[in-house]
Write a protein that binds this ligand. Structure first.
Ligand code: CA
Length: 252
């Protein structure tokens, strides 16, 4: 039992670490071991980080509590059905793109799936390259959607992506272009850990790890924090010691 737990911890850690190198994280919800195994192997070899859930409960728990870029969802599952999971996630405001993968191929099921909030639908058996093409399309759309959203808010902090106006408690903040991008990124992932590696890749657009950039990032964070948090008792930009940063409305 002890050993099993440490193995699970290890796998969780391994998954967390992998986020930092910029892979897309997919949740595969599939109860048939053979199909699950094939998807896991195929998608991993395409460079995706794959997390597997074999029951409705596990799928729901993970989808609700962890960050995924896309969910591949089987409909017929032990425990909660795929549609049930999907409808609850959407009710909870989770916008993660969902691609339904199922053997049920009647028109009604497709319409029901899409009505419930699925983004796409693929009927088993399917050709793997088609699945890959649809995954890529949804991931692209996911990124596009993010930029269409106009405002990001956290407590009394408001950031308008179009006008690039940032205010806290109704008072506007003067940010440099880089500080704005940095704050926008932190707010996009608010409540989640943002590592220096993520910032280097997505805000500074560096494809290779450059250690000296860590210092640059820290300097920008310090300046940003001064502008955002200095005059307020509740701090919004937090340091997660040794790993990175997190935007959240909580005391340090
Ligand atoms: Ca199934």
């Amino acid at each position: 039992m002890q050993m099993q737990n440490s193995m699970i911890d290890f796998l969780r850690l391994a998954q967390k670490e992998t986020i930092f190198v910029g892979k897309n994280r997919l949740l595969v919800v599939e109860d048939e071991p053979k199909v699950a195994q094939a998807l896991m192997e195929g998608l991993t070899s395409e460079g995706y980080l794959v997390v597997l859930a074999a029951t409705g409960e596990d799928a729901f728990f993970r989808a609700n509590s962890e960050h995924f870029d896309l969910i591949l969802l089987d409909l017929m599952l032990p425990g909660r059905s795929g549609l049930e999971i999907l409808s609850t996630l959407r009710k909870n405001g989770k916008k993660t793109p969902v691609l339904i993968l199922t053997a049920r191929d009647t028109l009604d099921d497709r319409i029901q799936g899409l009505d419930t909030g699925a983004d796409d639908y693929l009927v088993k058996p399917f050709a793997f390259p088609e699945l890959l093409a649809r995954i890529r399309a949804l991931l692209r759309r996911g990124t596009a959607k993010d930029t269409v959203e106009v405002k990001r808010t956290l407590a009394d902090l408001e950031l308008d992506i179009v006008t690039r106006i940032v205010s806290r408690g109704g008072k506007s903040l003067e940010l440099t272009l880089k500080e704005f991008d940095l704050l926008e990124y932190l707010l996009r992932y608010q409540g989640q850990l943002v590592s220096r590696e993520m910032l280097a890749r997505d805000v500074w657009k560096e494809t290779h790890r450059i250690t000296s950039l860590d210092n640059v990032i820290d300097v920008h964070i310090a300046r940003l924090r001064k502008k955002v948090d200095q005059d307020f008792s509740n701090k919004l930009i937090h340091t997660v010691r040794g790993v990175g940063f997190m935007a959240k409305d909580e005391p340090s």
